[in-house]
Write a protein that binds this ligand. Structure first.
Ligand code: AMP
Length: 215
């Protein structure tokens, strides 16, 4: 089975993606995680992506499509099936993906669209802090550290992802509404769209997703 997970930044796609992949034994391919790894490794792609990512804009379609196809085409991914998280993010990317999948006799079986409103995702994203040393993630409201601003495990000062700063979050949401929301209509036309309410606990959302994937 090959799935796509859609939803605004901060919808909880990463958390749900991990659970879906465990339940359905799929390879999780997150375009944001792959880009951050490219940046960390200081590759040419990572350097090219940096400016777009830090300003809340999108990395150009051709670079992203090539990067994701490189991962999707790997034999172990094709064999197991995959879940795409954060990609496609524009209709051009979705068309590029469909064309390349069909030449490999592959297809997207279902697209899960997580709906969460702007106020809620802003609250989730701008309250998110992480430990630069061990990567542990906290949230000011939902899972605060014992001592404000410090990692519970190692005492390191917590930092906020540059793209989770309030001004950048506003820009990411604007980009989402303009370029990514039309994707729902694109997949609806193809009969693969499954929309779920992204509000509530992680378990509640996961159960809704599981139900629509099994339907
Ligand atoms: P994410 O972690 O999915 O929110 O991605 C972080 C950033 O990486 C985004 O704000 C974009 O700048 C970039 N990015 C991730 N996926 C894509 C994509 N499919 N197309 C263009 N840019 C992307």
């Amino acid at each position: 089975m090959n799935l796509v997970l859609l939803g605004p930044p901060g919808a909880g796609k990463g958390t749900q993606a991990a659970r879906i992949c465990e339940a359905f034994v799929l390879v999780h391919l997150s375009s944001g995680d792959i880009l951050r790894a490219e940046r960390k490794a200081r590759t040419e792609l990572g350097r090219k992506a940096q400016g777009y990512m830090d300003s809340g804009g999108l990395v150009p379609d051709d670079l992203i499509i090539a990067m994701m196809m490189d991962h999707i085409s790997r034999p172990q991914v094709v064999e197991r099936g995959f879940l795409l998280d954060g990609f496609p993010r524009t209709v051009v990317q979705a068309q590029g993906l469909d064309e390349r999948l069909s030449t490999r006799r592959l297809r997207i079986d279902a697209v899960v669209n997580m709906e969460v409103d702007d106020a809620e995702v802003t609250r989730r994203l701008t309250g998110r802090w992480s430990c630069p040393k061990d990567g542990r993630i906290y949230h000011e409201v939902f899972s605060p550290p014992k001592k404000k601003g410090l990692c519970d495990d190692c005492g390191e000062t917590l930092t906020r992802r540059k793209d989770d700063e309030p001004g950048v979050v506003r820009e990411r949401l604007r980009t989402y509404h303009e370029l990514s929301q039309p994707l729902a209509a694109y997949y609806e036309k193809r009969g693969v769209l499954r929309t779920v309410d992204g509000g509530g606990t992680t378990d509640e959302v996961f159960n809704r997703i599981k139900n629509v994937c099994q339907a």
